[in-house]
Design a protein around this ligand. Sequence first.
Ligand code: NAD
Length: 458
Amino acid sequence: MSTLTITNPATGATIRTVPADTPDDVTAKVARARAAQPAWRRRSLDERIGIIRAFREIIERDKATLAALTTSEVGKPLGQSKNELNGLLGRIDFFLAESAKTLAPEQVFSEGTMVEVIDHEPLGVVANISAWNYPYFVGSNVFVPALIAGNTVLYKPSEFATLTGLALADALHEAGVPKDVFIPVVGGGEIGAALTSQPVDGVFFTGSYATGKKIADAAGKSMTRVQLELGGKDPVYVADDVDAAAAAAATADGAFYNTGQSCCAVERIYVHDAIYDQFVDAFVREVGGFVVGDPTDEKTYIGPLTRAAQLAVLDEQIADAKKRGAKVAAGGQRLDRPGNYFAPTVLLNVDHSMAVMREESFGPVIGIQRVKDDAEAASLMNDTQYGLTAGVYTKDRARAEKLLRDVDAGSAYWNCCDRVSPRLPWSGRGHSGLGLTLSRYGILAFTKPKAWHLRSPG
Ligand code: NAD
């Protein structure tokens, strides 16, 4: 039997070993999901929405246990695990409120005996391959609207958030989702690859660009619908008219929340020359105040990295930056303690010759670069292969909008950052992805339209 070992990233200790799937198990699970789909689709939309409402109640009931479970395997500070669960409730509420009207058939034409209607049919069987950093958010963005729309779902949580994924499956089953309608698939990348090689009707993926590219290639060959939510190198520009300390506090939170492991974390900061020194002083002070430590302690703000392998990526980015002239204003190295800890790090004198300003860090490391004006900031913000989010801090909304219109990113932030709303489409450009989740478009993403041309006889 295949197994998967779950490790606590704060201590390196084994939490549990769980049974994992083999490629043959995956084939059998896909067949079960295929067989179950017609009956699930035939249930009324109201019934499916009612089951998701029951799921929401279970999440609310079990919030504390779920938060502790996620913290144990992902290393997310407990307060942040709780925040994610509260955020999950808000996202489910959005889908509960919007699905019926979004999925309702729409009459778009009527003349004489002729009527035209757009209807939204489920895709069928959907594979959901997920990341570990926000396991509740990135999973539910897919499986909640997919289930409501009448799809069956094969859900492969990340191997770094498997217990959380299995707990979500239990909650959905308890709520009334049949076991063949939502099926967890357990394993690492090879099991994800086995799933994408199956005859499914859509592959919805959240993870890195490198894996996303492989999935897109596989889906292209079989002409399977594919959606990719990938990484980012999200920039923020701080203009010269803001309160430097307030902007520093906000952007430091945007860079370091979830220990910097957010797809939309602030990954590079450009600061107008006129307030650069003030901003940097305040930023370094703010970072110095972060409580680093045991993620089960409610006071902790920075926990361990989830994946030990990322420590070496950060080491390399910092060594490369230093070699090219960067100055370390805070942190700069791993912490000498058990677990995957890296000191919150601020790099100055950075430029785009350095990997730390071009490649996703996905950890508690940020570079701050001085710019002379808005034009230089806009040009640097666009100097990337990614395009997830971009932010501008200024008192002047028109100034921010002018700048952000020219930045090729899916989300634009004025005086905020590292923010996702269920009401707005979540999409990346370039290496940040393909397709979208959330908003009403993110409900329709799990459907295929049927165009009805209806002529009544006389
Ligand atoms: P990852 O690409 O390593 O893994 C993601 C998932 O893909 C895991 O479940 C993994 O088992 C699976 N996988 C690995 N190889 C596979 C293959 N060949 N075929 C099929 N599946 C395979 O990414 P990760 O470390 O879990 O997540 C971090 C990345 O996710 C970061 O780049 C982050 O920015 C990105 N992310 C993006 C969003 C977004 O909404 N845009 C949200 C969260 C995370």
